[in-house]
Design a protein around this ligand. Structure first.
Ligand code: SER
Length: 343
């Protein structure tokens, strides 16, 4: 008999970090992970087995299939938006090719154990694209199905994978004589920028917000690469992980879409700076514009309409902007740097 487990790819990344802890607290799943990097030592005891390797390595995926029975996959591995822009072909290989491999893996798992595999996929506001700042401002809070012409490789990859997930869930091998016994159950969230008190992202374009906050907490000067009025939606990492778990475990009959928007607040860069200065009055935060990264931020919506998430599976973030700073970010970041435990 193969052991029944949950698989997390990209587990050593920011979302993986928080998700492993939360799944461990729930206590109802054995976790295996796949990442190019080993997990942080503090997380290693929470997992049954770590595979250090790539999602584009099909032999490795076959060996996981042979050993484990997987009913739930959190497929988090990806290159983020800024990094993808420098290496678009590799981004496509990893972000889309890797997702195809995992969808095939999920389908094969379902075929072998006879039940559909729930497949959580983190999409992004990068799946949107505006040609101009005027168009972005005019659009306001956007619904899921409009303005889907991303301008970045990462955004194109996210949108492609949303479609692939929908295909595997609804139309997989539609010309076969026999309908597959178990289809993949693909569920996805279009995340806004995420801010964690415990980790800092790398290679993203929304990184200016977490970078600004963490730099101030460390007493380091920071030059923000977008201008004062740059505005996109954000949320805290605990709210993001709550949302992942709520969506993943929601009854299928409540879900009316594969992909949901969500956000908690959408401050300008200057509003974030002011909150950081309130907490760390001596912080040195200036602006040195990177016009190309700013153009990416300007192509993303300033806010999203997340009514479907609220209605279908009860999305309800705990932290608004002020609470995010006062109750989650600042106290935890202070404590983290005070005891030197940041990753
Ligand atoms: N936060 C991501 C990035 O900036 C977008 O999903 O790449």
């Amino acid at each position: 008999m193969r052991k029944s487990v949950v698989l997390i790819t990209g587990a050593a990344g920011e979302i993986g970090h928080s998700l492993i802890r939360r799944l461990h607290e729930r206590g109802d799943a054995k976790i295996i992970t796949l990442d190019l990097k080993s997990l942080d030592e503090s997380l290693a005891p929470y997992v049954e087995r770590q595979y250090v390797g790539s999602i584009v390595d099909n032999d490795l995926l076959d060996s996981i299939l042979a050993e484990y029975s997987v009913h739930l996959i959190f497929h988090l591995a990806a290159l983020l938006s800024t990094r993808s822009e420098f290496t678009p072909r590799i981004a496509h290989q990893v972000n889309v090719g890797g997702t195809m491999n995992l969808l095939e893996f999920a389908q094969a798992q379902g075929r072998s154990h006879g039940e559909s595999v729930t497949f959580f996929y983190p999409s992004s506001i990068a799946a949107y694209g505006f040609e101009s700042l005027e168009a972005k401002i005019a659009a306001g809070a956007v619904g899921e199905d409009v303005h889907n012409s991303p301008t970045t490789m990462y955004g194109c990859n996210k949108l492609s994978c949303e479609h692939l997930g929908r295909y595997y869930t609804r139309h997989y091998k539609q010309l076969d004589v026999e309908t597959p016994r178990a289809r993949v159950d693909f569920r996805s969230l279009r995340f806004p920028g995420l801010i964690s008190a415990f980790t800092v992202p790398s290679g993203g374009t929304s990184d200016f917000a977490p970078e600004m906050i963490h730099a101030a907490a460390k007493g380091e000067a920071y030059q923000c690469f977008v201008l004062q009025d740059a505005r996109i939606p954000f949320m805290t990492m605990p709210d993001a992980v709550d949302a992942i778990l709520k969506l993943t475990f929601a009854p299928a009959e409540n879900l009316h879409r594969e992909v949901y928007n969500l956000e908690a607040f959408h401050p300008s860069a200057e509003e974030i700076r002011q909150l950081v200065l309130k907490a760390f009055p001596g912080a040195e935060i200036g602006y040195t514009l990177d016009p190309k990264r700013m153009a990416i931020i300007d192509s993303w919506p300033e806010a999203v309409d997340d009514r479907a998430a609220r209605a279908d599976w009860g999305f309800s973030p705990r932290f608004g902007l002020e609470e995010a700073f006062d109750e989650y970010l600042i106290p935890n970041i202070r404590a983290t740097y005070a005891d030197g435990s940041v990753d």
